[in-house]
Design a protein around this ligand. Structure first.
Ligand code: GSH
Length: 209
């Protein structure tokens, strides 16, 4: 049994989607970020930077923080969505998501969605970077079926929940036809639908607009 410590955010959804995709049984323990539960001493013991997601694999007695490390762990354990021969490509697209796509879109959420009007510089900077990210992902997907190649992998699972926040981004996902094709295909997967709704059973990936 895997215990998933999470919140209903893009980083949180990556792991519920992965667990649904590999068909593992799991229990969700909600960490209420709005009530600062991430800073509790008990949570810091398993998450040194006070961030979700974290998993405890009770069967194998392992605790893992950082979504990329968790995705790799679950992929290796299940033998799914991370094949050895393609790992260099998969690692690059996964690390780009962890180090660039997620943090930059996250800043765009902060300035454009949650705190508009507070910093013109911040709003413009992260809006522009987010537009670049849409274009760069679209370019990649014009040459490749999925991010790391022909197969759906943990790189796609890591990136999908961030693009699923496209309504907040105000960039117009539907104008990026390759990214839209990828997004719509992944949205239809059963594991993705279930993992997306892990904290709100009515939540579905929003249609491209
Ligand atoms: N690099 C981390 C980022 C995780 C992260 O930023 N989690 C956010 C929620 S999406 C969080 O826990 N924020 C709480 C805080 O920073 O206080 C990962 O990929 O796991």
């Amino acid at each position: 049994m895997i215990e998933l410590f999470s919140a209903n955010t893009p980083n949180g959804k990556k792991i519920s989607i992965m667990l649904e995709e590999i068909g593992y049984e799991y229990k969700v323990t909600k960490v209420d970020l709005n009530n600062s539960e991430q800073f509790k001493e008990s949570f810091k013991k398993i998450s040194p930077f006070s961030k979700i997601p974290v998993i405890i694999d009770h069967k194998n007695n392992k605790t893992i923080f950082e979504s990329g490390a968790i995705l790799i762990y679950l992929a290796e354990l299940s033998g799914k969505f991370y094949n050895f021969d393609e790992r260099l490509e998969i690692n690059q697209w996964l690390m780009a998501q962890i180090g660039y796509v997620g943090p930059m879109l996250g800043q765009h959420h902060q300035f454009h969605h949650y705190n508009p009007g507070k910093s013109k510089f911040g709003e413009e900077r992260y809006f522009n970077i987010s537009r670049r990210i849409y274009k760069e992902l679209d370019e990649r997907l014009s040459k490749s079926k999925y991010l790391s190649g022909n197969n759906y992998t943990i790189a796609d699972i890591g990136t999908f929940p961030w693009i699923a926040r496209h309504e907040w981004h105000d960039i117009g996902l539907k104008n990026y036809k390759n990214l839209t094709r990828w997004y719509e295909k992944i949205s239809k997967r059963n594991g993705v639908k279930k993992g997306f709704a892990f904290m709100d059973k009515n939540e579905v990936p929003p249609k491209p607009c």
